[in-house]
Design a protein. Structure first.
Length: 328
């Protein structure tokens, strides 16, 4: 069994000194040494570094670089690929890789750590060990994220279903808790509530992304929010709703925004609503041509929209089609 490990930095690749956590490329050796010492398995690891940085500094270009490295590696005879990554933007890279590769490739797992590896509280080694076992035992194809939560269990998530971390918390969750499976000690247990559609569109493969997603206006609903100004550079708008699938529609700011997108024929998408009874405030969506996306994680839909917008794909043709198990 040969596994490619792509080191990209993040906390799992950092050291702590003087109260400051910084990337340290020597940690590529540390992680593999800790794994060998703890688990004693003779695994043939091959390593590479597409880039090495704190994940909060990632942009579209680092994601493009990562996808290119993984796609190139697909041409070689690996049993699987492990990507070490920081937790801050783990969900973004995971979703992007899921859209690039789909659900039928060799297993690709993104591994991160909540603390530097030398900290006894760190879960990075557990996450890495789960990734190796997942590949070795052939538990699934496509892109996944194994992550040990504060309950002591390592959960394995479909990469396109991850939610943003809660404030001041380390745990990682899938939308509606639809994770793929979990580890009870060394035993992998499938989640009986997990289900997914087969890929309904072709994976993107290698993509092009600009450094910043300036052409897409993205914002979250919050009390007192003003809606963004729409100009000729805007290709699309994506709005994250309150938990009940609502946004504020009873003010002049919304009305001006809605009239602008309608008159300029700029697509606007709502993420966070479901097929259920709607509130009165949401009745105007149809009036202004605002499209409610299928139930899915906001970050994955942001990445799907961004990738489509910059790779000559009409998002209206794919938003309701599953890729990498993203839609519920």
């Amino acid at each position: 069994m040969k596994i490619l490990v792509l080191f990209t930095g993040g906390t799992i690749g950092c050291s702590s000194s003087g109260g400051v956590i910084s990337p340290n490329e020597e940690n590529t050796k540390l992680l593999l040494e800790l794994y060998k010492k703890e688990y004693g398995k003779a695994v043939d690891f091959e390593i590479a570094e597409p880039y090495y940085a704190l994940s909060e500094n990632n942009t579209g270009k680092t994601i493009e670089n990562l996808i290119s490295a993984v796609c190139n590696a697909m041409q070689k005879n690996y049993s699987g690929i492990i990507v070490t990554h920081g937790t801050d933007t783990l969900q973004y890279s995971a979703a992007a890789l899921s859209y690039a590769l789909g659900s039928s490739t060799i297993p690709v797992l993104l591994v991160s750590s909540n603390y530097v590896l030398t900290d006894e509280k760190a879960n990075g080694l557990s996450n890495f060990a789960a990734a190796v076992d997942f590949i070795e035992k052939g538990y699934g194809n496509g892109v996944f994220v194994p992550y040990k939560n504060s309950d002591g269990k390592v959960y394995v998530h479909r990469a396109g279903r991850l939610l943003q971390h809660s404030e001041l918390a380390d745990d990682v969750f899938s939308i509606k808790n639809k994770y793929y499976g979990s580890y009870n000690g060394d035993t992998f247990i499938e989640n009986p509530d997990f289900d997914e559609r087969e890929d309904e569109i072709k994976p993107f493969g290698k993509i092009k992304l600009s450094e910043f997603s300036n052409a897409i206006k993205v914002f979250n609903a919050y009390v007192g929010n003003a809606y963004p100004q729409i100009d000729e550079t805007t290709k699309a708008v994506l709005i994250k709703t309150y938990h009940s699938g609502t946004i504020c529609t009873d003010n002049d700011s919304f009305k001006q925004f809605a009239e602008a997108i309608k008159s300029k024929k700029i697509p606007c998408y709502i993420c966070g609503a479901e097929n259920r009874e709607i509130y009165e405030s949401a009745k105007v969506f149809a009036e202004y041509g605002i499209i409610v996306l299928p139930p899915a994680a906001f970050i994955s839909q942001y990445m799907k929209l961004w990738i489509a917008a910059e790779n000559n794909v009409d998002f209206n043709d794919i938003y309701n089609k599953s890729l990498g198990g993203d839609l519920l």
